[in-house]
Ligand binder design. Structure first.
Ligand code: ZN
Length: 510
């Protein structure tokens, strides 16, 4: 992951009503679009012969904000939802990873991505070594009315997906649908999308307009395609009609007109054959299917598209194996409901995860803080006294968080105010052996530049004081022996309190 921008935790507030797929797609399935599809279909035998090959697709996500930075989105949403996309494309053996996440400040693009200036900006910003997905707040028409939830911009130097931020990871399979378009799939009901001129209000088949037996041979009036040949059940015209994919049966936009995921009509084609659409097809406009699915030929077509010369730029070879994060993060410190003595010396620690490239840490409730670290610990010096906090930790790599829930702990800060590890008189503190075996003695060495009194404390991971001693620190070398007899195995904090501050060392008893 090249560029995760660490920033203050910005909650994604743009919660709008779930926009269904039927209100959603603005992809133009023009002649150029179909030309690419045809050429992919021609090469489908080659694709099948390759057998099982996992295809890795780099994605550059663009989070579009207003020019003043408002109407943005936390990139955590992308990182968390990538897992769902990969699950849904697993059967197609196509897996996606984050190549980059880029922020763009441009109000026009964030609300009117169909304007020529917006399209030009996306062309300019697009990453030529990845699939490009622009996440925007609204897709408005020039007159200000909403015009869709997502679309694949094909042709010319476009070749990118534009999608509403609230469509990430939803149950409408919006991103999966648009990526289907990106890989040259048309709607199974192509031609029927915007057939409002013929009487249906929602687009798609309407019994009053089209009848129980649909006799028209050409469907026109779609805003997303020109005149399209109506597909027959017997497959006699499946290579030239509708989506040109033969194992997706005729679909006259049935899911779109009912806004549902059930075939609610009894409809026959002009040969008198009854129509049984694949109502739960990812590329349909059906609503509420769980899950939506691709047909076998659709999968082969997408794979062929990935293998095609025009997609050479996606085949970077940068990622050759699928190694998603294998588990949730196990937080060692704090334990739940832990009360820390201090507020400005709080150590967070978790078990490392092998696949992790970095960890995200969110602090919430009393303050909103976000950290990114490659370590499996974080030392917090800027919390407030006597406050409650949640800490959320998750691991990430190119494949996001994996499908694992974020681990959360509650803790409380105390009133102890110290400047931690910043005493000017004591330089380095050496504790050995560390880890120490249970029952063995610990030796603590340090060098002081002055004489003063101090308190040494041993604090358990639960925040319990298990041992303490008043001691006089002398100028020069100091040595102290601490017995671990009677102490349980685990993580402890050795704290050396002086008038100048506190020094803390972690100790592990095995
Ligand atoms: Zn579509």
């Amino acid at each position: 992951m090249k560029c995760f921008i660490a920033s203050l935790f910005l909650f994604f507030i743009g919660v709008q009503g779930l926009v269904s797929q039927s209100e959603g797609c603005i992809t133009d399935q023009n002649d150029t679009f179909f030309k690419r599809l045809e050429s992919n279909l021609k090469r489908s035998n080659e694709t099948v012969e390759k057998g099982f090959v996992t295809r890795f697709v780099p994605i550059n996500f663009f989070i579009v904000e207003d020019t003043d930075g408002s109407n943005s989105m936390d990139d955590t949403k992308i990182i968390n939802d990538l897992c769902k996309l990969n699950e849904r494309y697993l059967e197609a053996d196509i897996l996606f990873y984050i190549d980059d996440i880029t922020y763009i400040n441009n109000t026009n693009l964030n609300h009117r991505p169909r304007l020529t200036t917006s399209v030009n900006l996306m062309r300019q910003m697009r990453n030529n070594k990845a699939m490009n997905i622009f996440l925007v707040t609204e897709i408005l028409q020039n007159n200000g009315t909403p015009s869709g939830a997502a679309g694949y911009y094909s042709g010319g130097n476009n070749d990118f997906v534009v999608m509403l931020k609230n469509q990430l990871g939803n149950e409408s399979f919006t991103i999966e649908h648009e990526i289907g378009h990106f890989f040259s799939l048309a709607h199974p009901h192509v031609g029927w999308e915007g057939d409002i001129s013929q009487g249906s209000t929602n687009g798609g088949y309407h019994p009053m307009t089209h009848g129980d037996t649909v006799r028209i041979q050409i469907i026109t009036g779609s805003t997303q395609a020109g005149s399209v040949e109506v597909e027959l059940v017997d497959r006699s015209n499946c290579t030239t009609a509708a989506d040109r994919i033969c194992d997706t049966p005729p679909d006259y936009g049935f899911g779109q007109s009912c806004g549902c995921c059930t075939m609610v009509y009894d409809v026959w084609d002009r040969n008198g054959d009854k129509i049984e659409p694949m109502i739960d097809n990812v590329m349909s406009y059906s609503n509420g299917c769980d899950p939506f699915l691709f047909s076998a030929e659709q999968i082969i077509t997408m794979q062929s598209d990935f293998d095609s010369p025009s997609r050479a730029y996606l085949r970077t070879g940068e990622v050759a194996e699928f190694n998603p994060i294998s588990s949730s993060v196990n937080i060692i410190s704090p334990v739940n409901d832990q009360i820390f003595e201090n507020f400005n010396g709080v150590l967070l620690e978790w078990e490392p995860i092998a696949e992790a490239e970095e960890y995200r840490v969110f602090i919430s409730v009393s303050q909103q803080l976000e950290f990114t670290t490659t370590d499996n610990e974080l030392y917090l010096t800027n919390l407030q006294p006597n406050k409650f906090y949640f800490v959320d930790v998750f691991a990430i790599n190119k494949f996001g968080t994996g499908c694992h829930p974020i681990t959360r702990r509650l803790f409380q800060t105390g009133s102890g105010s110290t400047s931690v590890n910043e005493t000017s008189s004591i330089n380095e503190i050496n504790v050995f052996p560390n880890p120490v075996y249970k029952g063995q003695d610990l030796t603590v060495n340090y060098n002081s530049q002055g004489n003063f009194s101090s308190t040494v404390k041993l604090i358990s991971i639960n925040g319990q004081l298990v041992w303490n001693k008043q001691t006089q620190i002398i100028r020069g070398e100091n040595k102290m022996i601490i017995s671990s007899n009677g102490l349980n195995t685990g993580l402890y904090f050795l704290e050396l309190h002086t008038t100048e501050g506190v020094i803390i060392e972690k100790i592990i008893i095995e």
